[in-house]
Design a protein around this ligand. Sequence first.
Ligand SMILES: [Zn+2]
Ligand SMILES: [Zn+2]
Length: 275
Amino acid sequence: MYLFINFITHSSDQIQLILFVCTLFLCWNIENIAALSLDYKKWKHAFLNARFILTNSPIQLLMGIAFVSTMQLTAKHHFGLAYYFPTFHSQFLLFVVTFLLLDLGEYFYHVIMHKVKRLWMFHLVHHTDKVVDVSTTLREHPGENIIRLSFTLLWVFLSGAVFWALVLRQIIQVFTTLFAHMNYRLPNKMDSILGALFITPNLHQVHHHYQQPYTDSNYGDVLSIWDRLFGTFKKLPPENVVFGVDTHMENEDNSNFRSLFKLPFGKYRKNLKKN
Ligand SMILES: [Zn+2]
Ligand SMILES: [Zn+2]
């Protein structure tokens, strides 16, 4: 365990980058073989979403420094919720507690982004994608990137997460987030088994449905248990899922980088609340 923790601690950036590229490559090719929708220009769509890498990379670099400093501080003073659980002697249990706390934090973050109007305007950029595929993972407004990482930073501070446990969770998160956005649907039986615990592509596709109340469901990041616990879990027959948001279905609202960049600063549009 010590060697494993040491490896994760000292190679965190490389592991995450390699895993991200490999998973992206794998999901991209599964989509090429068994995509749900083929009726779109995949490379053009990916190029638009990938432009957010350019705006978000400097933010992630700066926030990375803040994360390291925060965790050094909490570790030094044994500050945070994780220290109240009797898990100090088991690294595995410490990881499980940290993982659950961080995943719960991500759930609440996602709910807040949907419920607070101005925050929704930032998160809306992700939701406006009319084809959800693996590149949709990259479609995050830099404003949301700052808000999300600041929220995670606050949660890391309050939870007292140790560095290696946070990195290990991020490694799992990279894989599950890309997987959940894949332009692919799991067979029903496999979805029922995996979906009992995890957010599957089928469940996240319901979250990307263009009308309420489905947009406000299945908020989970890695685990689906929080949605079941807090009553936000929803299923929708796959053939009924339509991607996008009913307020922004026109191409000029969702297929142009400049419009997407300006979107959070524009006028709030109320959902049509059908369905
Ligand atoms: Zn959302
Ligand atoms: Zn999504």
